[in-house]
Design a protein around this ligand. Structure first.
Ligand SMILES: *[C@@H]1O[C@H](CO)[C@@H](O)[C@H](O)[C@H]1NC(C)=O
Ligand SMILES: *[C@@H]1O[C@H](CO)[C@@H](O)[C@H](O)[C@H]1NC(C)=O
Ligand SMILES: *[C@@H]1O[C@H](CO)[C@@H](O)[C@H](O)[C@H]1NC(C)=O
Ligand SMILES: *[C@@H]1O[C@H](CO)[C@@H](O)[C@H](O)[C@H]1NC(C)=O
Ligand SMILES: *[C@@H]1O[C@H](CO)[C@@H](O)[C@H](O)[C@H]1NC(C)=O
Ligand SMILES: *[C@@H]1O[C@H](CO)[C@@H](O)[C@H](O)[C@H]1NC(C)=O
Ligand SMILES: *[C@@H]1O[C@H](CO)[C@@H](O)[C@H](O)[C@H]1NC(C)=O
Ligand SMILES: *[C@@H]1O[C@H](CO)[C@@H](O)[C@H](O)[C@H]1NC(C)=O
Length: 465
């Protein structure tokens, strides 16, 4: 959570502004990003209201009473940030941002709301006139679970895009109806893409994930029996100490502790995996995850290039003409590149019993549908692209064979090789071919640039005089 500090600066700004310390918020109250921007809980630990997001503001709940301001909930997290002119209005129907087109409801209460309260537990609650709860943020978690909050069967936590951007990211934690607590990539399909499971499949319906004030993270079944301890709990609960659980942008869910009196920073108490390459989909299609100094790094398949350098989840694509096999592209030759010690999602369209790697390569080269093959010494499994969920796995004996197109090293074709960006080379070459002696004369006398190009590029072809 070191990077929760990313939020620090933005939020310190908000905290410095006018805030209303009130436990009952009456209907008709409003907030604006720059003045009266939040409603605080009684102790001042939690705040509901505007916080800085990108070049504007979002509405949510954050820990305001600590140095490292930490967002724990965001309303309509995928909506674009609002401008500093926005107003948040508490009406009988919930919380709305009035716009030119009408009320944009961030929160819709299930009955007429008459007052609201930001509780010291971090729960923001709307009550009706009979003091019954008509909406509460604890029922609508985003990526964080606070002590006292539970994840019901069917509920999901979605990671944020990044530490600084709280919109929906690419991982989820699902409290399934079958009793299992499971993590998937958002675009995953079924159990093959799961990368964490509590192993409580079959514990029945209505299993819940619970977090205690002492950092105890556990599963209860329908009748309230503890069926699994994810963390042991029993951590100190003296004043100023508190805990939260969050599924982080990197796909790992962690229990954090914070001590107001001691270091006043968040520290990791427990994490679902110490191996940052475990979350499937962290590296996008056709790329694989490699641990380097305990950090996850994404690498492309051989002869593939990053789609977006800044976003490893966007994956890699071929840097050669792809459909050439079918169209008999005479400008490329096809070979199989070997990639050792990696594992990938296991879906192949054909598996052949072959004990020779060479035969596996040949089989793929001769099959236009085959774009990659996995060879493990006894089987050759043919695949189409894209490959996903790749990661380095030193123990595996399976070799990934990737079909790649290599430009033919043919002089005639290299002249007009696609992708050649410099202009005029063919002309120079024609001149080279036709008037070698003359060019030599010109070069020596006047044009040293042409000489450099000739020597550098066409030395072996025509410029050897
Ligand atoms: C909040 O409002 C409710 C209902 O009107 C009232 O019973 C309660 O005492 C109020 N609490 C505070 C702290 O004013
Ligand atoms: C902030 O809210 C308080 C209480 O509702 C009000 O008295 C004050 O005028 C408001 N300040 C601004 C700048 O709107
Ligand atoms: C905010 O309101 C002011 C005054 O009405 C206006 O000049 C400004 O353009 C508005 N800003 C945005 C971002 O809407
Ligand atoms: C699970 O909880 C829901 C809502 O409380 C209830 O309708 C359903 O009957 C429960 N299922 C079982 C098997 O108890
Ligand atoms: C809940 O767990 C307890 C202890 O394992 C077990 O005895 C009980 O039958 C379970 N209840 C349900 C509804 O599965
Ligand atoms: C979980 O831990 C508690 C003590 O904190 C213990 O009483 C309980 O039996 C444990 N449950 C399981 C399923 O191991
Ligand atoms: C081979 O390259 C030449 C020159 O760029 C091009 O005209 C031709 O279409 C290419 N052949 C194929 C099959 O793409
Ligand atoms: C795998 O092997 C590479 C190169 O041999 C090494 O750098 C890396 O640390 C190893 N990774 C693991 C997880 O053992």
């Amino acid at each position: 959570m070191a990077c929760m500090a990313c939020l620090l600066l933005a939020l310190a700004f908000v905290a410095a502004e006018a805030q209303q310390m009130q436990s009952n918020i009456s209907r008709g109250s409003s907030l604006t990003p720059t003045t009266n921007s939040t409603w605080l809980s009684r102790s001042g630990l939690y705040a509901f209201g505007f916080y800085r997001q990108g070049n504007g503001y979002a509405v949510g709940i954050f820990l305001a009473g600590i140095l490292e301001k930490t967002v724990v909930w965001t309303a309509n997290r995928d909506d674009p940030p609002v401008s500093k002119n926005a107003t948040l209005l508490f009406t009988g129907d919930g919380l709305a941002l009035p716009t030119a087109e009408g009320q944009n409801y961030l929160v819709k209460s299930s009955g007429s709301a008459s007052y609201a309260s930001m509780l010291d537990s971090g729960n923001f609650v709307l009550y009706n006139s009979g003091r019954e709860i008509v909406w509460q943020s604890f029922d609508h978690p985003t990526d964080t679970l606070l002590p006292g909050q539970r994840l019901l069967a069917g509920d999901k936590l979605f990671s944020a895009k990044s530490e600084a951007d709280h919109s929906t990211g690419i991982f989820l934690l699902n409290m399934q109806h079958d009793g299992n607590l499971v993590q998937y990539p958002v675009d995953g399909t079924g159990s093959a893409s799961a990368f964490y499971a509590s192993s409580t499949l079959g514990a029945g319906e209505n299993v819940t994930l619970n977090l205690g004030a002492d950092g105890h993270l556990y599963l209860l079944n329908k009748t309230g029996s503890n069926i699994r301890n994810i963390t042991d709990g029993g951590l100190p609960t003296d004043e100023g100490k508190f805990y939260l659980m969050r599924i982080d942008a990197d796909g790992i869910f962690r229990l954090y502790s914070h001590d107001l009196k001691k270091d006043a920073i968040w520290s990791v108490v427990w994490e679902s995996s110490k191996d940052k390459c475990v979350p499937k989909g962290l590296c996008g299609l056709n790329s694989y995850c490699v641990l380097s100094d305990l950090k996850a790094e994404c690498r492309c398949l051989p002869r593939f290039e990053s789609v977006n350098q800044g976003n490893p989840a966007s994956g890699c694509e071929r840097n050669f003409v792809a459909d050439a096999c079918k169209n008999r592209n005479e400008n490329f030759t096809y070979t199989m590149e070997e990639l050792e010690s990696t594992t990938w999602e296991d879906v192949s369209y054909m598996s052949l019993r072959l004990s020779e790697k060479g035969a596996c390569k040949q089989g793929c080269l001769e099959d236009c549908d085959c774009e990659a093959a996995f060879f493990d010494g006894t089987n050759c499994r043919k695949r189409r692209l894209p490959l996903r969920y790749g990661r380095r796995a030193n123990g595996t004996s399976t070799i990934a064979l990737i079909k790649v197109g290599v430009p033919k090293p043919d002089t005639d074709r290299r002249i007009v090789q696609p992708g050649s960006k410099k202009k005029g080379r063919p002309d120079i070459l024609i001149i080279c071919l036709s008037f070698t002696a003359f060019i030599h004369f010109v070069v020596v006398l006047r044009d040293s640039v042409v000489e450099t190009q000739c020597l550098g590029i066409y030395k072996n072809e025509c410029c050897e005089w």
